[in-house]
Design a binder for this molecule. Structure first.
Ligand SMILES: Cc1cc2nc3c(=O)[nH]c(=O)nc-3n(C[C@H](O)[C@H](O)[C@H](O)COP(=O)(O)O)c2cc1C
Length: 147
């Protein structure tokens, strides 16, 4: 089965509460492990930006489930491509919330300092996701050194 990577964005729905993130991540870690999916979920309290990678059927199936989730709306695929190698092999679903550090990454990929994920190209979305991966990786190494 070809490895596939999908990046989409969406907006929180009116019924969304911040605690929903915990149940989303619980489901993601449980189901993605079973389906062989990996990726990253970025959240800035208004928008989600998620990268899902794995077998094509599994990616498509997970995306279809996520599409009908009432906790978000205006779901738009930004990038969909076959890949020869995973970019998030060690994360069933890494989670990264917005911070000053992640905000400073926006200008590399956007026309101004704010993030409107609907206005960026697929390759910019991919670039941003990779930069966010670097930030999460750094944070994880700091956390594990501290503990
Ligand atoms: C922004 C967002 C991202 C999500 N990401 C995933 C995911 O990566 N994997 C997953 O299984 N469910 C994900 N979900 C949750 C699914 O929409 C769905 O609620 C869940 O898969 C149901 O499975 P469960 O009954 O085992 O909890 C996500 C939901 C939202 C709103």
């Amino acid at each position: 089965m070809h490895l596939t990577q999908l990046i989409y964005t969406s907006t929180i729905s009116d019924s969304f509460v911040v605690d929903d993130i915990h149940s989303i991540m619980e489901s993601a870690k449980r189901n993605n492990a079973e389906a062989g999916l990996t990726g990253l979920l970025y959240f800035n309290r208004q928008y989600f930006l998620q990268c899902l990678e794995g077998g094509r059927d599994q990616v498509n199936k997970a995306y279809n489930t996520i599409l009908s989730d009432s906790r978000h709306k205006d779901i738009v695929i930004l990038s969909y491509q076959e890949i020869s190698e995973r970019e998030f092999p060690s994360w069933q679903m890494g989670y990264l919330p917005e911070s000053d550090l992640t905000k400073s990454a926006y200008i590399h990929f956007t026309a101004n300092y704010t993030l409107d994920p609907y206005s960026i190209s697929g390759s910019s979305a991919h670039g941003l996701i990779l930069e966010l991966k670097g930030i999460l990786k750094q944070q994880k190494s700091v956390t594990s050194k501290a503990s």
